[in-house]
Design a protein around this ligand. Structure first.
Ligand code: NAI
Ligand code: HPV
Length: 526
């Protein structure tokens, strides 16, 4: 049975799902050295933001197949290190969207009405109605930095509260922003014109300290800034100085450069700052959502199925996966076949999407083709995560082409591998109820479903050759399940595809090539 380590608190709903397929150990609050010590026993690791999954931890996790982040941000995981090791990293892109958006909105209103300090004052026995006079958000301008899932929901609610909306997000179209009711502007203008600024961007090298002394200096002295996205997006020292010097009116922070928040100037600022301990995703609803979402993906990956929200398998979102799943199986099978036909070291793989397939995303099919191609060399060590990297490291160049006019089958995929021993090509399509068929080998039309063990010959189309090959295999007790010849012209060159029940015993391939008329023979395992 597989073993899963849960190293941050997650909802029981997730543990229940994992327990269907694995032994689950919940062990929270581990120090890095303790995690390194035990991670080697586990097939999967489930975390939230509390565990930092460094390269060292990933390298110690020799059995790890998947790291599941029960939430959105994966900035606490060394994703490139996981990718290199073929470990899938999954998250829950939508499970806590509403929770985080509502926390940001709660922060905005709390800041405007001094709710935390007013509450503390009443609890101290005071009745001070003067100190806590607030401001309305109605008709004020909210600047949303990052108009993704959370930013969009914040914008929609803020609009309903009568706020005017500006947004900065270089990856969003003007039309999309307008749909949400936001005017897309550059960051400078947003900083200058907003009464409230709310951040909903990931932490990346580009966004680190994107809010700094210079950008803060552009804000109105009456403006307030909210960060429920990631610590480190705002330069905390510059923020503390800006509030203390009255350059801005206040801030509300849920996330910090270093968590838990240690010694910090921010704590000393009175009523103009609200600090919460990374609570954006901490609602009952969100925790159930993310735990189920991620536990299901861990379960699936441990059962050998693909994950729907892998962050390190490019282009493989849930929608793409659903549509392309049968074609990915086709691509992988063709990859295995062309790799074995090519033998030697493959230097170039050309992936051609034909017919209806030509309008699809090619990246997942390229990855699946490479996974198949590299299977011979790497076996289970190659997967959708590392296929690209492994191919690059082996110097395999990939060319993608499309041919929408190829109409023999609704959609088909052609792979051509060129290596040290020559060039081979295979084409396949899905027939009927998504059954894989090989439709062409080295330019010769055939129509056979692939089977686990196959023999291909390149021969001269002439009488008696099929009989001779059949007798030869029979004399070695090799049972032929099916046989088909593909030829372009009568008595010209032809390809024969044989499905056999068991692997071809050693030495027989050489015997096959001795049959007069057979020029080449290949045995493959798919
Ligand atoms: N405080 C908490 O507990 C929680 C925090 N988060 C954090 O909230 C943030 C946003 O999450 P989602 O909305 O789900 O992500 P998302 O991926 O849907 O949206 C992020 C948006 O940021 C934009 N963006 C990326 N780089 C940018 C840049 N350099 N400048 C401006 N915009 C940029 C993207 O185009 C995208 O539209 C993430 O950092 C996530 O980790 C998420 C959930 C809970
Ligand atoms: O989902 C995210 O990005 C979050 O920041 C939530 O973090 P958490 O799971 O509450 O530690």
């Amino acid at each position: 049975m597989s073993k899963v380590l849960v190293s941050d608190p997650i909802d029981q709903a997730g543990i229940d799902i994992l327990s269907q397929v694995a032994t689950v150990d919940v062990n929270t609050g581990l120090k890095p050295a303790e995690l390194i010590e035990i991670i080697g026993q586990y097939d999967a690791l489930m975390i939230r933001s509390g565990t930092r999954v460094t390269q060292e931890i990933i390298e110690a996790g020799t059995q790890l197949k998947i790291i599941g982040r029960a939430g959105v941000g994966v900035d606490n995981v060394d994703v490139p290190a996981a990718t290199r090791r073929g470990i899938v990293v999954v998250n829950s892109p939508e499970g806590n969207t509403i929770a985080a958006a509502e926390h940001a909105l709660a922060m905005m209103l709390s800041l405007s009405r001094h709710i935390p300090d007013a509450n503390a004052s009443v609890k101290r026995g005071e009745w001070d109605r003067k100190t806590f006079v607030g401001a309305e958000v109605y008709k004020k301008t909210l600047g949303v930095v990052g108009l993704g899932k959370i930013g969009s929901h914040v914008a929609a609610v803020a609009k309903a509260m009568g706020m005017k909306l500006l947004a900065y997000d270089p990856f969003i179209s003007t039309e999309r922003a307008e749909q949400i009711g936001c005017q897309l502007v550059d960051l400078d203008l947003l900083m200058q014109q907003s009464d409230y600024i709310t951040l909903h961007i990931p932490k990346t090298p580009e966004t680190t300290h994107i809010i700094n002394a210079t950008t803060l200096a552009k804000m109105k002295p009456t403006a307030r800034i909210i960060n429920c996205a990631r610590g480190g997006i705002i330069d905390e020292a510059a923020l503390a100085a800006a509030i203390k010097e009255g350059k801005i009116a206040g801030a509300a922070l849920d996330v910090f450069e270093s968590e838990p928040l240690g010694e910090s100037d921010l704590r000393a600022i009175g009523k103009d700052i609200i600090l919460t301990p990374h609570l954006g995703a901490s609602t009952t609803e969100a925790q159930v959502n993310v735990a189920i979402d991620v536990a299901e993906q861990i379960r699936d990956v441990l059962l050998g199925l693909p994950a729907r929200s892998a962050v390190n398998i490019p282009g493989l979102g849930p929608d793409v996966l659903e549509e392309l799943k049968p074609y990915m199986q086709l691509a992988e099978t063709l990859g295995k076949l062309v790799g074995q036909l090519a033998g030697g070291r493959v230097e170039l793989l050309t992936v051609r999407l034909q017919g209806e397939l030509a309008t699809n995303k090619s990246q997942p099919l390229v990855i699946a083709s490479l996974k198949g191609l590299l299977h011979q060399a790497l076996r289970e060590r190659v997967n959708y995560v590392n296929a690209n990297i492994e191919a690059k490291e082996r110097g395999i160049r990939v060319i993608e082409t499309r041919d929408a006019s190829a109409r023999d089958y609704a959609g088909s995929l052609r792979l051509e591998a060129t290596g040290t021993l020559g060039t081979h090509s295979v084409t396949g399509a899905l027939l009927g109820d998504k059954e894989i068929h090989l439709t062409d080998v080295d330019g010769f039309p055939i129509n056979v479903p692939p089977s686990k063990y196959m023999v291909f010959t390149l021969h001269r189309d002439m009488p008696g050759i099929i009989g001779k090959l059949g007798s030869l295999l029979g004399s070695f007790n090799v049972n032929i399940a099916s046989m088909q010849v593909g030829r372009k012209i009568v008595r010209g060159d032809a390809v024969m595809a044989l499905s056999i029940d068991d692997p071809l015993p050693d030495g027989i391939l050489a015997e096959i090539t001795k049959v007069p008329g057979i020029r080449d023979a290949y045995t493959v395992t798919l």
